[in-house]
Design a protein around this ligand. Structure first.
Ligand SMILES: Nc1ncnc2c1ncn2[C@@H]1O[C@H](COP(=O)(O)OP(=O)(O)O)[C@@H](O)[C@H]1O
Ligand SMILES: [Mg+2]
Length: 414
């Protein structure tokens, strides 16, 4: 039941996935000038009018393992089957554990003493069905004792949302609607869990969202930029890949909240209905131009809600009207999905839906309705969507009543 694009989509060049841990893109956030962005957009409008093999070396677990009887993978040997990710920091590969035959993903990251590696500490806090499972993490050493690698052994997932989407794009098609809904839901559920821990992922993008199209399970990966945010401590603004970067980050805010992830989630949900990123800017100013093209120019209040330190006196509002969200998409999109996206993609981080609020949106009601749920289930695999824990719902009974359907509670006696 693939949806077909009205217009052919053929000019898709993915922006380079600059590794923000290495390349800070500092220049990208300097001197963001709203006026400049709006003028640039005006000018554009004017123009348009006129036409391995693993080493077994001494290893040391960085932290105790969770769960019952974890396996010590540092004792195993691996056959590398395929390199699935490579950056200046290290490598991710699909591997077979020779001793057990198990297929895993191994992320081998060189430890740079100049930077904090929070990834493994954070991953160990995140035991959830929509977060990549860390089976074990241990250090190995290279030729010199200074050369230290962190090896993270994870469950292997066959696709990312990016690679899956790209397959449809090639055929000038979009993801089937039900899959878009299931992935949106699980992405929100995973992010909601991360946020209940006070952790901000800070690099949500389709490459960091793993999926299995057979089971339709979704898992968030790559916590290399993640951080537990504390309200009193400023954070760097030059995080997150540009197309998914929240406007408050483009304004250089350093007191941002976990809501920056929600902006990225909104972009990803929109992208599933669009094929291409909603906001595809070539620089930080361009990124803002792309956002303004759809959301219109922000009011003074909105600018201050994004960055209270912004020099508002120099901002003379040039009214650019917001676009009708229905016209943003190349196909007819479910009005409920549009309503959800428009409530996530707001300038003001405080009025932007939180992940838990978004999960309660009526767009997902047909997943909670037994009849439609069964109908979907007769067509495709649906993972468990309602096995919420009390912690996940912050002990909120009314949330539980909304998010865990009665028929599911009855069936599972919860
Ligand atoms: N558990 C996994 N299963 C399958 N592929 C993975 C897994 N973890 C990562 N990958 C792939 O490796 C790529 C890089 O891994 P990631 O953790 O995002 O590191 P980074 O983006 O820092 O290079 C991902 O975009 C994804 O394609
Ligand atoms: Mg990544």
């Amino acid at each position: 039941m693939a949806r077909y694009a009205k217009k052919p989509i053929n000019k898709y060049t993915q922006p380079t996935d600059a590794n923000r841990r290495v390349q800070t893109e500092a220049a990208d956030v300097d001197d963001i000038d709203l006026q400049q962005a709006i003028l640039k957009f005006k000018n554009l409008q004017e123009k348009q009018k006129t036409p391995l093999k693993n080493q077994r070396t001494k290893s040391k677990s960085p932290a105790p393992q969770q769960g019952n009887q974890p396996m010590d993978y540092s004792q195993f040997t691996f056959t590398s089957l395929k390199v699935i990710g490579q950056g200046s920091f290290g490598i991710v590969y699909k591997a077979k554990v020779n001793e057990t035959g198990e297929i895993v993903a191994v992320k081998k990251v060189i430890q740079d003493k100049r930077y904090k590696n929070r990834e493994i500490q954070i991953l160990q806090e995140l035991d959830h069905s929509n977060i990549v499972e860390t089976k074990h993490a241990y250090f190995t050493y290279g030729d010199s004792p200074d050369e230290q690698y962190l090896n993270v052994i994870m469950d292997y997932q066959p696709e990312t949302l990016h690679s899956f989407n790209a397959q449809f794009l090639k055929q000038q098609q979009l993801l089937p609607e039900i899959q878009a809904k299931l992935y949106s839901y699980q992405l929100l559920r995973g992010i909601a869990f991360v946020h209940t821990k006070g952790i901000c992922h800070r690099d949500i993008k389709p490459h960091n969202v793993l999926i299995n199209p057979d089971t339709n399970v979704l898992k968030i990966c790559d916590f290399g930029s993640a951080k537990k945010l504390s309200p009193l401590e400023p954070n760097i603004a030059y995080i997150c890949s540009r197309c998914y970067r929240a406007p408050e980050l483009l304004f250089g805010a350093t007191n941002y909240t976990t809501q920056v992830d929600m902006w990225s989630v909104g972009c990803i949900i929109g992208e599933m209905f669009n094929g291409l990123p909603l906001f595809l800017g070539a620089s930080a100013v361009d990124q803002l131009v792309e956002i303004i093209k759809i959301l219109g120019s922000p009011s003074k209040e909105e600018v201050l809600s994004m960055n209270e330190l912004y020099d508002i006196k120099q901002y003379k509002i040039v009214q650019i009207r917001k676009k009708d969200w229905r016209k943003v998409f190349q196909t007819v999109v479910d009005p409920q999905a549009i309503d959800l996206i428009s409530k996530i993609l707001t300038y003001c981080p405080r009025t932007r839906l939180t992940a838990l609020q978004a999960l309660t949106h009526s767009y997902f009601d047909d997943l909670r309705d037994e009849t439609t749920f069964r109908m979907y289930q007769s067509k495709i695999q649906i993972p468990d969507l309602f096995d919420f824990t009390k912690e996940e719902l912050s002990n909120n009974q009314s949330l539980a009543n909304k998010l865990i359907p009665k028929w599911y509670q009855k069936r599972n006696k919860c």
